[in-house]
Design a protein around this ligand. Structure first.
Ligand code: AMP
Ligand code: MG
Length: 518
């Protein structure tokens, strides 16, 4: 294995002068050097061939001890120095101070085909940022992160990527429901890659510490490597940087809304500066369409990060980033203008996205109303989002509309006449609206099927793969990995995954209830 190592982060940004791996506040630094922990018996369970190719790792390398040791933190790649990044963040609406990579260790950067990838291990042991925790990760949360990142990519949602999933061979103690019943679980390590793992919180920490010099260093670094089209450091390029982050964040969230993804912990330390989906924790996929749903039991009371609130939270988080960038811009108005624009763009893009889900190309002044009526109908009784939208592309006429979507209902037998009538009314409006479209129904179906996935990583699917993996059987991980590479394609052999959540999963831990414990 011969990687083209090109480290920019550690060579261009200030390092923590303390090289001890002890928990502490780290000031005047963007990162601390920290080596991964050696593990008892590392075993690779799955590798993403697409991502190894991105790093120029050959197939024969994948079988080597060396590769296994690198992606599990048991060996350090020659002439590289692993490190943990320093960042802060707003958690559930409150400033939480220093957080940082507590269970993530960055290995190195690889340049290949004009792309620079950061390679990071999640669950490879403690760092100066581990606070009261152990820096480790368990199999269940690692399977979920590994599969979901790749699934998101193939859904065309901006995301960090997965490289490998491994067992560490160590046992890790976790209290899954935070109810005082800790138990040992198998330790695991995901290696993940991204052009950058910088978060809003990476900037916030310098602002909070009034370290304007390092704030500027970090912004200059970020613009130079990730927003180079914005030009040299200046007040103007800083404002444009914020504008670009705002636009990317909005785009990502619109995509989440489109596919029914709920991140679960949109704290500012989990918001990528590149607008990528990052840190797959207690995330979930909508089954019944419900703006009020969140998978995260830690957030059950206030539901801050519920599906329908994600766009608002994106904006709230951007306000925090604006505050953090203020010291190098020193003007409120341009930042406010960008934040106001987010709201305008959201309305526009959200309408556009929903129209695309309905196969509407032409413009009609009643489109917003049609969509609002639909969203109301979808929430009358439990109605599966993925199945509904996928089935809708076969719509021909109002008379057969209701019949077309019966598989989307979780309790078909108890659907009232009133609910049925409301659907028939909506389908009548939809049919009338389609009449002003110029494209053929075949074309419409084709376009709708490119934005309405047939297969998503339903929570129970991950759980089935986890239950099997816990018993030492990893075939379902691969089956789902392959399935989710083509989420928009018809895959007749995989029709069983185009189904509602089974009843056993309704109230099961890991399916409907998830916590940050990972
Ligand atoms: P999260 O919201 O799950 O992304 O994590 C919030 C913060 O807690 C981050 O700084 C993590 O690095 C840290 N953290 C979470 N789990 C652990 C763990 N097992 N060991 C050390 N730090 C952790
Ligand atoms: Mg995080």
């Amino acid at each position: 294995m011969n990687l083209n190592i090109k480290n920019t982060f550690t060579t261009e940004l200030p390092a923590d002068s303390n090289i001890e791996n002890s928990r502490r506040q780290v000031e005047n630094a963007a990162f601390s050097f920290a080596n991964p922990k050696k593990t008892a018996k590392p075993t690779i369970l799955h590798v993403s061939p697409e991502m190894t190719a991105e790093l120029n790792i050959y197939e024969e390398d994948l079988k080597s001890e060396f590769f296994k040791n690198i992606v599990t933190g048991n060996e350090i790649y020659p002439n590289t120095k692993p490190f943990a990044m320093c960042y802060g963040g707003h958690q559930f609406g409150n400033w939480a101070g220093q957080l940082g990579d507590g269970r993530a260790i960055n290995l190195f950067e690889v340049e290949h085909q004009n792309k620079n990838w950061k390679v990071q291990l999640k669950g490879a042991g403690e760092t100066p940022y581990s606070r009261a925790a152990d820096g480790l990760a368990v199999l269940r949360s690692s399977v979920r992160e590994y599969l979901c990142a790749e699934a998101m990519f193939h859904l065309n949602v901006p995301t960090t990527r997965s490289l490998s999933l491994s067992l560490s061979g160590d046992n890790v103690l976790r209290d899954v429901l935070y109810d005082g019943n800790p138990a040992y679980e198998q330790g695991a390590i995901v290696s993940r890659i991204s052009p950058s793992f910088l978060r809003f919180g990476s900037f916030e920490i310098f602002a909070a510490r009034k370290d304007t010099e390092n704030l500027k260093n970090l912004v200059d670094y970020t613009i130079k490597h990730h927003f180079s089209h914005l030009g040299k450091p200046s007040k103007e390029s800083y404002i444009n940087f914020f504008k670009a982050v705002s636009e990317r964040t909005l785009k990502m969230i619109i995509d989440w809304q489109r596919v029914g993804f709920v991140h679960g912990v949109m704290n500012t330390d989990n918001m990528s500066i590149l607008g990528l989906t990052i840190d797959f924790g207690p995330y979930g996929w909508l089954e019944g369409f419900d703006f009020g749903w969140t998978p995260n039991t830690t957030d059950r009371q206030h539901k801050r990060y519920r599906y329908g609130n994600q766009p608002n939270i994106g904006l709230w988080n951007l306000y925090q980033l604006a505050n953090a960038l203020y010291p190098i811009i020193e003007e409120v108005e341009p930042l406010n203008t960008i934040l106001e624009q987010y709201k305008i763009d959201f309305e526009k893009q959200s309408l556009q996205m929903m129209k695309s889900k309905l196969g509407l190309v032409a413009s009609d002044e009643d489109d917003l109303k049609l969509i609002q009526d639909l969203e109301e109908n979808l929430q009358l009784v439990e109605t599966d989002m993925t199945i509904f939208f996928r089935k809708l592309s076969d719509f021909t006429d109002e008379k057969s509309g209701f019949q077309l979507i019966i598989n989307a209902f979780y309790d078909l037998e108890n659907i009232s006449e009133d609910v049925k009538n409301r659907w028939n009314t909506w389908f009548k409006k939809y049919a009338d609206r389609l009449a002003i479209e110029r494209i053929s129904s075949e074309e419409r179906k084709e376009q709708m099927d490119l934005v309405n996935p047939k297969y998503v990583l339903r929570n129970y699917m991950s759980q089935l793969a986890i239950d099997e993996a816990d018993k030492g059987n990893y075939t379902l991980i691969d089956e789902l990995f392959q399935l989710l590479k083509k989420p928009y394609a018809e895959q007749p052999e995989n029709e069983k995954w185009f189904a509602k959540r089974p009843e056993w999963a309704r109230n099961k831990v890991g399916c409907s209830m998830l916590s940050c414990s990972s």
